[in-house]
Design a protein around this ligand. Structure first.
Ligand code: NAD
Length: 495
C-alpha cells in the first residue's frame, strides 16, 4: 500500500474526547491505523478561552489545509464575546459545499417506523454555504430587517454534481430535489434548474422534484419512498433534523461536509455538557461519521466491517443510556469494546453491508491554491439595464410617495411603474386591505425600451438615484437587468 493518509483530528469539547477515543479504539481494533495517521490539532473552547476568536490555532489551520481531512468531535460555541460558531466557520472557510447525512433505521433503536416494520434509509444532501446562511443582514428602517438570500449557479452545480456522484457510488436509483420554487421562482428556481442540468450527466439516475412542505409531510408518512434528497441550505437543515427524528434522533445521525479540497466529518449533536466526563455518551453518531470518512478515502472494506459490527452490537441490545427504553445501559468505553469484539460479525435481522475483498485507498491531499478560485457557470449571457428598484424608508401614504417620485423621474429615461410593500403591489393598483410598513420598493423602468435597451448603461439610473436621494431616505438600490432578454427580477405579488 502507498503511504498512510493523514487526517487532522480535533477531539472537541464536552463529551467530544470520550466519543472520539471510543471511535479511535474501534478503528485501532479494525486495523484502520495501517492506512491512516491521525494528527491532533488544537481547536474549540480551550482556544477560544486563550483569546483567539477563531477558536483554532494557526497550526490547526495549516494541518487541515495540508491533509484535506478533518475528523472532529463536537465543539462548544462561546455564548457572547464575539466568538462565532467554529463549526460553521470551518464549513464556510474551507468551502465544504455539500453536507451529506445518512439516516437509517438501526437495529434495536425503537422508533415508530421500526415498530411498523418500515425501513428508513435516506441520504440528505444539503447545500452548505449559501442561502440565508451567508448571514448578510441589514436593518433597513425602524421596523424592517432583511436577510439576503443568495443562491448561485456554481454553488448549486457543486452540490448537485456531488449528490449524483454519491448516488451513483451508493447504487441509489432515484434522487429528489426539495425546493420552494413555486414561491421563490428565481432563487429556488435556479437551484432546481441546475439540479435538472446536472442530472443530464447521470442518465441512469431517475430524478424528481418535490416542494419542501409536501416533502416534510411525505417523509413523515412514507419515508421509505425517499433514498436521497438534495436541498438548499436552510431547508436542508430543517429536513435533516426531521429525518434524524425518523431514525431515533441526532445521536444516530452522521454528517460529512464535503468540499473539492477539504472535507470535514463530525457528529451532528453538540458537546452534551450535562453528561460530559461521565463516560456515558453515545459514540454512534461520530463513529458513523468516521465511516463516511473511511469511505471518502476509499477504505470501503474497513468501513463495512466496522458498520456490520456496530449493527450487530445494537442488535444484541448493547446500548448507551440515551437509547430510549434501555434498562441496562453500558458506558461509552464498554460500547466501543462491544463493537470491537464483534468485528467480523454481521447483523442477523437485516441485510449486512457488503464487505469488499480489499480497501481501495484513494485520496490526494489538496494542493495549496495561489489565489481564491472564481467559480462561473454562465459565462457569456448578454445583460442590459432595464431600470432600477429604489427602496425607501417613508411614513407617507403611498399616493403621496408615488406622486413625488413620478415628478422626480420627469426628464429621465425612466418612469415609475410599480410600488410594493413587503412584496405586495400597492401602486398603481392594490387593495386597501393590504397593510403596509415603513419600507417601499419603487420600481422604475425604461419609458421606451425599444429606444434605450442595450444602450443606456448604468449612469442614468445612478442619476435618478441621486434625484430621489435629495427628497427621500433611500435604504437600498437594485439595478434591474435583463439577461438574454429575460427580466432578471421578480414581479410583485398582484402585479
Ligand atoms: P447537545 O447536542 O450537546 O445536547 C442535547 C441533548 O442531547 C443533551 O441532553 C445531551 O446530553 C444529549 N446528547 C447529545 N449528544 C449525545 C450523545 N452522543 N450521547 C448521549 N446523549 C447525547 O446540544 P446543546 O446542549 O444544545 O449544545 C451544547 C453545546 O454544543 C453548545 O455549545 C453548542 O453550540 C454545541 N454544538 C456543537 C455542535 C457541533 O460541534 N457540530 C452541534 C450542536 C451543538
Amino acid at each position: 500500500m502507498a503511504d498512510t493518509i493523514r487526517i487532522a483530528l480535533a477531539k472537541g469539547d464536552g463529551i467530544g474526547p470520550e466519543i472520539a477515543d471510543a471511535c479511535l479504539s474501534i478503528f485501532e481494533a479494525a486495523g484502520v491505523m495501517k492506512s491512516v495517521e491521525f494528527i491532533p490539532v488544537d481547536m474549540g473552547e480551550r482556544v477560544f478561552a486563550s483569546g483567539d476568536t477563531r477558536g483554532m490555532t494557526d497550526e490547526a489551520i495549516e494541518t487541515i489545509e495540508t491533509t484535506g481531512l478533518l475528523f472532529k468531535g463536537p465543539m462548544g460555541t462561546p455564548v457572547g464575546g464575539g466568538g462565532k460558531s467554529i463549526n460553521v466557520t470551518l464549513r464556510k472557510t474551507f468551502a465544504t459545499f455539500a453536507n451529506l447525512r445518512h439516516f437509517q433505521s438501526l437495529p434495536g433503536v425503537d422508533t415508530v417506523f421500526s415498530r411498523a416494520g418500515v425501513p428508513v434509509d435516506i441520504y440528505v444532501v444539503r447545500e452548505n454555504i449559501e442561502d440565508t446562511y451567508g448571514g448578510i443582514e441589514h436593518r433597513l428602517t425602524n421596523d424592517v430587517i432583511e436577510c439576503k438570500r443568495l443562491i448561485t449557479a456554481p454553488g448549486s452545480d457543486q452540490v448537485h454534481r456531488f449528490a449524483f456522484k454519491t448516488a451513483e457510488a451508493l447504487g441509489i436509483e432515484k434522487v429528489h430535489c426539495g425546493h420552494k420554487a413555486n414561491i421563490m421562482k428565481m432563487t429556488d428556481g435556479l437551484f432546481l434548474e441546475r439540479f435538472k442540468t446536472a442530472a443530464d450527466d447521470h442518465p441512469s439516475i431517475e430524478i424528481a422534484d418535490v416542494i419542501i412542505d409536501a416533502l416534510c409531510m411525505n417523509l413523515v408518512l412514507r419515508p421509505q419512498e425517499y433514498r436521497m434528497v438534495v436541498l438548499p441550505n436552510l431547508q436542508g437543515d430543517i429536513v435533516s433534523d426531521l429525518a434524524a427524528g425518523l431514525v431515533g434522533g441526532l445521536g444516530f445521525a452522521p454528517s460529512a461536509n464535503i468540499g473539492d479540497q477539504i472535507s470535514i466529518f463530525e457528529a451532528v449533536h453538540g458537546t452534551a455538557p450535562d453528561i460530559a466526563g461521565k463516560g456515558v455518551a453515545n459514540p454512534t453518531s461520530l463513529l458513523l461519521s468516521g465511516l463516511m470518512m473511511l469511505r471518502h478515502i476509499g477504505l470501503y472494506r474497513d468501513a463495512a466491517i466496522i458498520e456490520n459490527a456496530l449493527l450487530a452490537t445494537l442488535e444484541d441490545g448493547v446500548h448507551t443510556g440515551d437509547v430510549k427504553g434501555d434498562k441496562d445501559p453500558v458506558g461509552t468505553a464498554a460500547f466501543a469494546q462491544a463493537v470491537a469484539d464483534r468485528l467480523g460479525k454481521h447483523p442477523s435481522g437485516r441485510e449486512a453491508r457488503p464487505v469488499p475483498d480489499a480497501n481501495s485507498p484513494d485520496f490526494t491531499p489538496p494542493e495549496r491554491p495561489t489565489v481564491n478560485k472564481l467559480m462561473r457557470t454562465f459565462e457569456t449571457t448578454p445583460s442590459q439595464v432595464a431600470g432600477c428598484d429604489i427602496y425607501l424608508d417613508s411614513l407617507l401614504p403611498v399616493l403621496d410617495i408615488a406622486g413625488r417620485l413620478e415628478r422626480l423621474a420627469e426628464g429621465t429615461p425612466f418612469k415609475l411603474t410599480m410600488m410594493s410593500n413587503r412584496g405586495t403591489q400597492v401602486w398603481p393598483s392594490g387593495s386597501l386591505y393590504t397593510e403596509n410598513v415603513d419600507y417601499w420598493r419603487c420600481r422604475f423602468e425604461l419609458r421606451n425600451p425599444d429606444l434605450h435597451l442595450g444602450q443606456i448603461g448604468q449612469m442614468p439610473i445612478v442619476h435618478l438615484l441621486r434625484k430621489v436621494a435629495e427628497k427621500f431616505t433611500i435604504t437600498d438600490f437594485q439595478p434591474l437587468r435583463t439577461y438574454d432578454g429575460m427580466p432578471g427580477y421578480s414581479l410583485a405579488q398582484g402585479q
